[in-house]
Design a protein around this ligand. Structure first.
Ligand code: SF4
Length: 375
């Protein structure tokens, strides 16, 4: 039986953060209701021709899935056969959940929470336009534990405007004292057309120098390692047994289907995404024009698939197993990508060690250069 991951996009937030260019809107409950109805139709339509699949993981992301009524989340999960699902995650933002909501999530089958904190420094949170403060995060975290969630991720960020190394050190210490199973640490990316970009351009806020941002990354890596968190992907750290199954499957080029606006899918060597216009998406779902929502982004031949496998696999700290590559593609990656690998090796960006090809420390800082070799 075919195994699949599911991604569900909930495109609503209380308010836009200043750095955000994700597809999310601050919309009223009436729009949310219509969207959920459309989403349900999309899922039901997909189910008609996909009866024999095992759903392994589900990831409910956004947006802020926790800002909508939890009954909507329950309704969606009720449509999916989650009997065999090993991991069902929902993204939660502090200040948008109470105990009842968390109980609803648990009763609906959700077994993993990913809480967006970013920093424990309230001034920094304000600067980037987060709606919550650290105290609200602590309350959310405490409630989640009381409700019985024993697999929690906390999101942090580095490279925030005005962030000093000491701010990061304090955030990391505060968080490991809470003992979450998983910690993600993302570098801030300054996206076009965001209020933050304008504030930086107008000298209202200032980003840390690139050197400092890299020092923050390396401090994080060392600090979390000492404190029992395995670094398993460029931005992800977890205790043994708590790696994100859903994300690992994506990095291992496993198949997944995405529902909702701008949700992406990877099926049968095709990468496709849904449109990001909320009204059109809803209209198409209501009228049964599901194909109109889909945009094919890439149809891979075997070479494309192998190149992509390299790009995704090198995100993992343990890299790519040559044997696994051979088992999947009947080709030896060392022979196939001789030119690319030689160049990256000579530049000190990758390490080839027995069966493993992985990023070096230098490669972690210049991962983009590595990906480019396989594009
Ligand atoms: S909560 Fe997340 S998705 Fe929503 S605006 Fe902020 S960064 Fe964007």
């Amino acid at each position: 039986m075919k195994e699949l991951g599911i991604y569900i996009h909930i495109p609503f937030c209380v308010r836009k953060c200043f750095y955000c260019d994700f597809v999310s809107y601050a919309k009223k409950e009436s729009v949310q209701k219509k969207y959920i109805e459309a989403l349900q139709k999309e899922i039901l339509n997909w189910k008609k021709s996909n009866k024999d699949v095992k759903i392994k993981t589900i990831y409910i992301g956004g947006g802020t899935p926790s800002c909508i009524d939890s009954k909507f989340i329950t309704e969606i999960l009720n449509l999916i056969n989650i009997k065999n699902a090993e991991e069902i995650t929902i993204e939660v933002n502090p200040g948008t959940v109470n105990k009842e909501k968390l109980y609803d999530y648990k009763n609906a089958g959700i077994n993993r929470l990913s809480i967006g904190l970013q920093s424990t420094n309230n001034e920094l949170l304000k600067k980037i336009g987060r709606i919550h403060n650290y105290e609200q995060f602590l309350e959310t975290y405490k409630m989640a534990r009381e409700v019985g969630f024993n697999n929690i991720n906390v999101d942090l960020m580095i490279g925030l405007p005005g962030q000093a190394m000491d701010d990061l050190k304090t955030s990391l210490e505060d968080i490991i004292n809470l003992n979450p199973e998983h910690i993600s640490v993302y570098s801030l990316i300054l996206e076009d057309e965001t209020p933050l970009k304008k504030m930086i351009e107008n000298n209202i806020l200032k980003l840390p120098e690139e050197d400092l941002e890299r020092q923050m990354y390396w401090y994080t890596k060392d600090f979390l390692k000492i404190n029992g968190y395995n670094h398993y992907e460029i931005s992800n750290f977890a205790k043994q047994g708590f790696y994100s199954k859903h994300n690992l499957d994506c990095w291992e080029q496993k198949e997944y289907i995405g529902f909702g606006i701008s949700a992406h899918s990877y099926i049968d060597r095709k990468r496709f995404g849904n449109i990001s216009n909320l009204d059109n998406y809803i209209k198409n779902c209501i009228e049964g024009g599901f194909d109109k929502n889909r945009i094919i982004e890439e149809e891979q031949d075997k070479k494309d698939e192998m190149k992509e496998y390299m790009i995704l696999g090198l995100r993992k700290i343990n890299g790519i197993s040559i044997q696994k590559f051979e088992n999947k593609f009947n080709e030896n990656p060392i022979v196939l990508f001789k030119k690319e690998l030689k160049k990256l090796f000579n530049e000190g960006l990758i390490i080839i060690d027995g069966d493993i090809i992985r990023l070096s420390n230098k490669g972690l800082d210049f991962a983009n250069i590595v990906w480019e070799e396989f594009i």
